[in-house]
Every structure is written in structure tokens, then in C-alpha cells.
Design a protein. Structure first.
Length: 307
């Protein structure tokens, strides 16, 4: 690991960190899977590539959250020949990063406090759209693309040489416990993706946040993620036994989960996640909503035959 990368096979490895960055050695250079939060991380990646004596051939984006593509601008400045691949919808946000604080701000012009490195990365060009599933060859390497929406709209995972880079489809147990209400845009899609990923067969798995694990270990971690999401869905459903607005419901859930929102960034992230769980419950026909007195009210649906 002298170059900062941990190799898992002869040509597949990763750069460990708060956001893991995948590495695959291609025919002409290195392929990175995501690029981390910012230029500081990107500089470490560049140093590692130099020690490997490999130029950057490509960056493959799993999804367009700032902490996963914030290093692109620096790396592409150093390696202008490198190609960038990203899934549809996600590629639009890479090219126009202001869209992330816009959607977190419910579509309004984002407040200055939301325009920080965690929510607003530097723009990145995208050279090729990535299919959301199937096979693709990049720099002589065959990748399996896995459709893993839920955490983001068209998030994908990538697999090569039996190693699966699972993006943020699941989190390491420590990360899961830390966040308490994991970020997602659709809990139903998140669970569908997790169950599909759990049925996959790879020698090892690396989430975007958390340790690399063997197949057996990773399946246990996925089970912990599934249990966490199901527990939160049950909790939110219970909170909605009485009608709640979006914000009163969020406050009630945060109180029960011992979450303290200290700044606007954490508020909009938790609010979006809460709405993502409501979306999941709505798709499962477990909750409903109505408008009254100019308020959007959410409530648990009564069981058939119940009064």
C-alpha cells in the first residue's frame, strides 16, 4: 500500500478513505471509479498513479454526489486525455453541479450555506454515457454494470475481476450507525437494489463508505442495511399514526433516532432522506397524504377493514 492503493487482484484495487475510490488497471492506464470529495483527495490519487507509473485513462462515476466526483476537476486538469463515464441523469449533475443544492433545496435557488464542497463540486465534463446495466469495455477491461438506484436516481455499481464496487447502495456498519437516517431518494428502490445486490455473486464487495469485505461478510452487512431501512420504514409509519406535515414528521423521527440537526446542510439532507422514506412507504401503499388548510398532511393508512 506504499502508493496509497490497496490491491485486491493483479489489476483491481482501491484507495481507502472516507469515500473509497476504486482502481482498475487498463491497457493504456488506470481507471478510477469515482474520485472522492475534493482536490486534496485527487492529489493523493495522482501521487499514487505516479508511483504505479500509470496515467489516468478514465473516471467512471457511480453517481453524482459531490463527495464522489469532487476530485474530477483536478484530475482532468492533470490528465486531459482521460475519459469520463457517467449514468444518465447523473451526468447532467456532473456537468451542472448546482443542480445538487437546487434539488436539496426543493427546487429553489440554493442559499449560500448550501453551496459548500459537500453539496457543490466543481463541474466535470462527461465523455460517455454509462449504461445503467449490462456489460461495457473501458480501456480493454470488461465491466459488469449493476443498476442500483435508490440512494441516487440512476446510481450504478461496477464489477471487474470478481470485485464489486457497490457505490452507496449499502454502507459499512459503522457508517450506517453514524448517520441513523441514511441518505436516499427512494427507500423502495433502495431495498430493491439491496435485495438484487445480495443475490449477486462476487468474490468481494466495496461500498462507497465502509471497509472492503468478502462475499460472506458483505452479505451480512447488506442484511444489516436492509434491516435498518425496514426498521426506519416501520418507525416512520408509527410516527404517522397521527397526521404530520413533512417537517413535523421529520422532527418526530429525528427525536426518536437521537438526531440533532445543527446546520442547514444536515437539515436538507435529512429532509430529503425522510421524503425518500415517505416515497417508499407510499409506493408500498402504507401511507397516504392529503391537503387541508394549505398544508400537506401525511398519515399511516388504516389496515383494510379497520375503522
Amino acid at each position: 500500500m506504499a502508493n496509497g492503493f490497496t490491491m485486491l487482484t493483479s489489476r483491481v484495487g482501491y484507495f481507502p478513505g472516507s469515500v473509497n475510490v476504486g482502481l482498475v488497471l487498463g491497457e493504456s492506464g488506470a481507471i478510477l471509479i469515482d474520485s472522492g470529495l475534493e482536490a486534496q483527495t485527487a492529489k493523493k490519487l495522482k501521487k499514487g498513479l505516479e508511483q504505479l507509473s500509470k496515467p489516468l485513462a478514465a473516471i467512471v462515476q457511480t453517481h453524482a454526489h459531490a463527495d464522489h466526483f469532487g476530485g474530477n476537476a483536478y484530475l482532468l486538469g492533470c490528465y486531459p486525455q482521460a475519459k469520463v463515464y457517467a449514468p444518465p441523469i447523473e451526468e447532467a449533475i456532473l456537468r451542472y453541479p448546482i443542480l445538487e443544492p437546487i434539488y436539496l433545496g426543493m427546487g429553489a435557488s440554493p442559499l449560500a450555506e448550501l453551496q459548500n464542497k459537500f453539496l457543490l463540486a466543481q463541474a466535470s465534463r462527461v465523455d460517455h454515457l454509462l449504461p445503467t446495466e449490462g456489460e461495457i469495455e473501458i480501456d480493454g477491461v470488461s465491466f459488469t454494470v449493476l443498476s442500483l438506484p435508490g440512494h441516487s436516481w440512476q446510481q450504478v455499481g461496477l464489477a471487474a475481476d470478481g470485485i464489486c464496487f457497490a457505490a452507496d447502495s449499502y454502507f459499512g456498519v459503522e457508517t450506517l450507525q453514524k448517520h441513523k437516517l441514511p441518505f436516499l431518494v427512494d427507500a423502495w428502490e433502495t431495498l430493491q437494489s439491496l435485495h438484487a445486490l445480495r443475490e449477486s455473486r462476487f468474490a468481494g464487495y466495496l461500498p462507497g463508505h465502509g471497509p472492503y469485505e468478502t462475499e460472506a461478510e458483505a452479505k451480512q452487512t447488506m442484511d444489516a442495511n436492509i434491516a435498518c431501512h425496514e426498521r426506519l420504514l416501520d418507525l416512520i409509519e408509527a410516527v404517522l399514526t397521527e397526521e404530520q406535515t413533512l417537517e413535523t414528521g421529520l422532527a418526530a423521527v429525528c427525536e426518536r433516532c437521537d438526531i440533532s440537526m445543527q446546520n442547514l446542510s444536515s437539515f436538507v439532507l435529512f429532509r430529503t432522506a425522510f421524503m425518500g422514506y415517505l416515497t417508499g412507504l407510499l409506493r408500498a401503499e402504507r401511507v397516504g397524504y392529503r391537503l387541508e388548510a394549505n398544508c400537506l398532511l401525511w398519515r399511516k393508512k388504516s389496515a383494510p377493514g379497520a375503522e
